[in-house]
Design a protein around this ligand. Structure first.
Ligand code: FMN
Length: 183
C-alpha cells in the first residue's frame, strides 16, 4: 500500500445528506442540507451546524426533522444547501417542497422526502446540535415487509473529496453475521 496524505480535513465515506426542516417564528417552513451528522446513541443524533436560519428556528421551536435526501429530489436537496432563508424567505417553496406538521414535534415533515427522523433539541452549543430522536417515519412507498427499504428510498451520500452526490450500490453482506466466518 502507498498512502497519500491529505492533511486535517473533514472527509469520511460515506457521509449522509441530511435535510433539516424547521418552522420559523411565523410558522413558515425551512429546510437546509447537512452532511456532517450522524446518530450518536439509540435515540440521539448529532450534527455539526454553524449559524443558519435553521439554527435560529430550532432554538426557538426546540424541534426539527431530519429527512434523508434522495436521488429523485437531489436538485431540491442541493438547492436548500446553497441558499439561505435569511436571504430568501420563501426558500422552502422555491425548492418545490411541501410541509406537513410532524405529529411528534413542532417541526415540518417534507412531503417530497419519504423518510425522516423527528427530533427534539437536546442542546445546541459551540456549533454542535444534539437532538433526541422521538420518532422515525417513512412513507409506505419505501417500505418492504414492514422495514424501510433502501432500494426504494434511494438515499444519496455526500462525497466530501469531490463535492459530489453518490447513490447507494448493491448489498454486499449481512451485518453482525458475515464476520463470524473468521471467529
Ligand atoms: C452538501 C452540503 C452539505 C452541507 N453540510 C452542512 C453541515 O453539515 N453543517 C452546516 O452548518 N452547513 C452545511 N451546509 C450548508 C447549509 O446547508 C447552507 O448554509 C444553507 O444555506 C443554510 O440554510 P438556512 O440559512 O436557510 O438554514 C451544507 C451544504 C451543502 C450543499
Amino acid at each position: 500500500m502507498s498512502r497519500v496524505n491529505f492533511g486535517a480535513k473533514p472527509i469520511m465515506f460515506p457521509q449522509p445528506v441530511l435535510i433539516i426542516a424547521t418552522y420559523d417564528e411565523k410558522g413558515v417552513p425551512n429546510a437546509m442540507n447537512a452532511a456532517w451528522g450522524i446518530t450518536t446513541d439509540y435515540k440521539e443524533i448529532t450534527i455539526s451546524l454553524s449559524h443558519h436560519k435553521t439554527t435560529e428556528n430550532l432554538e426557538l421551536r426546540k424541534a426539527f426533522t431530519v429527512s434523508m435526501a434522495t436521488e429523485d429530489q437531489m436538485v431540491s436537496c442541493d438547492y436548500v444547501g446553497i441558499e439561505s432563508a435569511l436571504d430568501v424567505p420563501n426558500k422552502f417553496e422555491k425548492a418545490g417542497f411541501h410541509a406537513t406538521k410532524s405529529e411528534y414535534v413542532d417541526a415540518p415533515l417534507i412531503d417530497e422526502l419519504p423518510m425522516a427522523l423527528e427530533c427534539r433539541v437536546k442542546s445546541y452549543e459551540d456549533d454542535i446540535l444534539i437532538g433526541e430522536i422521538v420518532n422515525v417515519s417513512a412513507d409506505e412507498s419505501v417500505i418492504t415487509d414492514g422495514k424501510i427499504d433502501p432500494k426504494k428510498l434511494k438515499p444519496i451520500t455526500f462525497d466530501p473529496a469531490n463535492n459530489a452526490y453518490i447513490g447507494l450500490g448493491e448489498k454486499v453482506g449481512d451485518a453482525f453475521k458475515d464476520g463470524a466466518k473468521l471467529k
